[in-house]
Ligand binder design. Sequence first.
Ligand code: KG4
Ligand code: ZN
Length: 334
Amino acid sequence: MIKEGALVLGIESSCDETSASLVEGGRRVLSCVIASQMEEHRIYGGVVPEIASRRHVEAIVPVVGEAMGGRDFKELDGIAVTQGPGLVGALLVGLAYAKALSWATGLPFVGVNHIEGHIYANFLGREDLEPPFLCLTVSGGHTDFTVIKAHGSYERLGRTRDDAAGEAFDKVARSLGLPYPGGPNLEKLAALGDPDAVRFAKISVRDNPLDVSFSGIKTAAVRMAAKAADDKERADIAAAFQKSVVDTLAERAKEALRMTGLKKLAVSGGVASNKALRARMKGLCGRTSTELIIPEAVYCTDNAAMIASAGYFRLRSGASSPLDANADPSWKVI
Ligand code: KG4
Ligand code: ZN
């Protein structure tokens, strides 16, 4: 088990960002270096796995070196690395590096679930945050409402039945002619449009009031985009689509807070960097006397600080991974 306040090196390479970070006590970020490959994938309209793996191989040593900032590996107490879910070839680069470093230094290492990492982004810079709290994780692959009952103990209350919010943002953005990555570009276009100029059907899902479904409005938006006559119409579609996603997530969050009686709401994952979503959640929490926790935008999208944080709490509980640990591209922790 590592000591209280231990220094952990986090490594993330599950998709198109190579990142390394030093985090103390799971909460204090000393460094966080992120090398993005976005530009290289842009011409293909999405992440090309083979290119991603190659770029991770090139970037991993300099990125870790920069994050260490002249420190010796002997100053570390542990190593945390994303083990899944993600692209297998990409995951293997970070994992192989972490295992080699663990073997060479004798430091304990732990494989971290990427989604658990997104949840732990909420602890960064927050000395006071303790479970239980409700967490909405909205990324390219997930839209989950989860109760964080204690460290490492989760209960999922709701999720998407089809597309994740980020995935729907990306597909609609593409149909509007926006470059990869779609989400942030759709947000920019939405700022120019009128969200009330276009109407989407209200999203409701049977059996669980906390589940969501985005495939219906995504398909409707893609169809409208194909017929859009000009930039004004495209901006209106973007604004209305974003509003529909934000409204739906806020309604579910309100219901989840009511059902659980929890007074702390955390929101993280790539889509949590969306300003309209952040503003809506702030309004909701203000009205319901709920504490809102949203990481800085840089810690919402993929980064290694969140992996170091999740790894710290795992290592602190006495867990660690063996040197034959393998990447798990579809690992579900919740
Ligand atoms: O967490 P993340 O970086 O990677 C995954 O684990 O998926 O999330 C990426 C997703 C993408 O779908 C991206 O389009 C979306 O988050 N995203 C956004 C924004 N920034 C990133 N969606 C809406 N508005 C944004 N500002
Ligand atoms: Zn992610």
